[in-house]
Design a protein around this ligand. Structure first.
Ligand code: F6R
Length: 254
């Protein structure tokens, strides 16, 4: 079992490593589905999410979880890419998760990075989330620059779903997902205000390179310099960290 502590109203769970973290978040989702079969999940892509989706697939293989009534909405997509592109975030979700579980394709919500009118696309996406009853549980990773979704430093707490320019740090960190082409300069992302509307939020971080952003998000000033700091305005946030990602936070909360 993992013990939980609180820093103000944020629940903190520290796990041994990312594999334990993946198990924990997958079982959290499993329990969530026991109480609400028709849950609406907000999902993220990236390195951090791989052990989580791996553990969800494992639970599905053992028939211990059922996604047939679940709806999902991912946070973001690169401009210029969509389901047809190998390096799209949508393809990441298919190859790491969706293709292996019984989620219905019609229940998968995704921003279309190839939409001709990105403003219209963003409005449509927000309406779709609203129409599904809003996000019950939002899963988040965090960038080294403190971003959540692709809400880079400078994003306001009121920001909505929109087109954004990716920071140099974010592009560097996502390079490994782009074998042939370069990381796109722009993306569509749901905004901070949309994220804060989720009923419950779980933010996950593994590894030493996330420890500074985590510490600033929890102990620093609430400001658009570290967009994840806005999560402290939400009443139901759980942080799942491995020991390395928690290292600076623990030093400052002794
Ligand atoms: C991905 C997303 C991003 C990532 C963050 C961490 O959909 O919205 O905020 O969660 O960049 O990425 P990793 O896990 O690759 O370190």
């Amino acid at each position: 079992m993992h013990s939980a502590t609180f820093i103000d109203n944020i629940k903190l769970i520290i796990v041994k490593d990312k594999n334990k973290g993946g198990e924990l978040v997958a079982s959290l989702i499993q329990h969530f589905l026991k109480y609400k079969k028709k849950s609406v999940f907000g999902l993220a892509t990236g390195e951090t999410m791989i052990p989580i989706y791996a553990n969800l697939k494992k639970l599905y293989r053992k028939r211990r979880i059922n996604f047939s009534y679940v709806k999902t909405f991912n946070l973001d997509e690169y401009i210029g890419l969509n389901i047809n592109d190998k390096e799209s975030l949508r393809r990441f979700m298919d190859t790491n998760f969706f293709d292996y579980v019984n989620i219905r394709k019609v229940n998968i919500g995704f921003l279309d990075g190839k939409a001709k009118d990105s403003k219209k696309e963003c409005k449509k996406y927000e309406k779709k989330i609203e129409g599904a009853g809003g996000i019950d549980l939002q899963i988040l990773g965090i960038g080294r620059d403190g971003h959540i979704g692709f809400n880079e430093p400078g994003s306001s707490i009121k920001s909505k779903t929109r087109k954004v320019k990716l920071s140099a740090t974010t592009k560097k960190d996502n390079k490994s997902f782009f074998k042939l082409s370069k990381v796109p300069d722009y993306a569509l992302t749901i905004g901070i205000s949309n994220i804060l509307q989720a009923k419950q939020i779980v933010l996950i971080a593994f590894g030493k390179n996330k420890s500074k952003a985590i510490n600033l998000a929890i102990n620093g000033k609430i400001s658009n310099k570290i967009p994840a700091s806005f999560l402290r305005k939400h009443p139901n946030v759980t942080l799942v960290l491995d020991k390395s990602a928690a290292s600076q936070l623990l030093k400052n909360n002794k």
